[in-house]
Design a protein around this ligand. Structure first.
Ligand SMILES: O=C(O)CCC(=O)C(=O)O
Ligand SMILES: [Fe+2]
Length: 285
């Protein structure tokens, strides 16, 4: 049975990047500050209690991927003040800089999505998150990293409650059609406050929840190259009033500012009147 490496938050960026390069995924212990974890969890539990499981999408594939007894929702910058502390975590951003900036002048949030797996849920099929942009999901040397994800454990991730399944090393396979053997799959068992950082090219999935009464609170937070369309329409889900007080970096990650400039080409993506978003919309003079 393969296993994932665990690093402490204070082991730093190089230790995270080394494990990520080798296995395609790494568990960071004590990733979230205890107060941030508590506040964020309180906000998510309050919202989840009124949120139904499953999706109204017609596609059976979407229904199966989503999970019949799994609650998913986004708009997290609108729903929790603590979310921005996680979004702008210096360690996570340093890892994302190293992984994504070789391939773009900027990246932005792909989605901040609660994945709350309920009792009786089946395991998802193994997949690569880069399949969101199918022509981009290729083995090296043609392929490169377009997205980086982290699954933060907001409650304890145990085997029974549906800890994320991972196939370590599958980002390095030369054949992305190959199916994983069950002996190649492990689970990201970790206490609340930890995070599983994983490549967009590593096989993984939500695990089965075999408990009778426990819900697995996971926060999936991912970044994607600035020239690709994110999964979540962030600036439509969080208004200027929600984000006006935030640091500029957070606003940019949330699509409330244009991308960092590529000076080689004077290229700035995601503008309004060809100006930065708040200026173009008249929110800033
Ligand atoms: O919930 C999880 O542990 C992972 C879910 C996942 O990989 C996804 O929905 O893309
Ligand atoms: Fe995934």
């Amino acid at each position: 049975m393969p296993a994932l490496q665990h690093v402490g938050k204070h082991d730093g960026v190089a230790a995270v990047l080394a494990a990520l390069a080798a296995d395609g995924a790494v568990i960071v212990r004590d990733f979230l500050e205890p107060a941030t974890l508590q506040h964020f969890r309180d906000d998510m539990e309050a919202h989840a209690s009124g949120h139904r499981a499953g999706t109204s999408a017609d596609s059976q594939m979407v229904q199966r991927f989503w999970g019949a007894n799994t609650k998913r929702f986004t708009r997290l910058a609108h729903r929790s003040a603590s979310f921005v502390e996680i979004l702008t975590d210096p360690l996570y951003l340093a890892v994302a800089d190293a992984v994504l900036l070789p391939n773009a002048s900027d990246y932005w949030m792909n989605t901040g999505q609660m994945m709350i797996i309920g009792p009786g849920e089946r395991a998802q099929w193994l997949h690569r998150d880069a399949e969101n942009w199918p022509t981009m999901c290729k083995p090296a040397p043609a392929g490169f990293e377009v997205t980086l994800s982290c699954l933060f454990a907001i409650s304890d991730f145990t085997g029974e409650v549906g800890a994320t399944r991972v196939v370590p090393g599958s980002h390095l396979w030369q054949d992305y059609q190959r199916k994983a053997d069950p002996s190649e799959v492990c689970q990201a068992v970790m206490p609340a406050g930890s995070g599983l950082i994983y490549s967009g090219r590593v096989l993984h999935s939500g695990g089965a929840n075999s408990t009778a009464d426990q819900w697995r609170y996971g926060l999936h937070l991912s970044y994607v190259l600035g020239w690709l369309t994110p999964e979540e329409a962030s600036p439509l889900g969080a208004s200027w009033a929600d984000v006006a007080h935030l640091p500029e970096r957070a606003q940019r990650l949330l699509g409330w500012r244009c991308s960092a400039v590529n000076d080689a080409y004077a290229a700035r993506l995601w503008t309004v009147d060809y100006e930065d978003v708040p200026l173009g919309l008249g929110y800033e003079g």
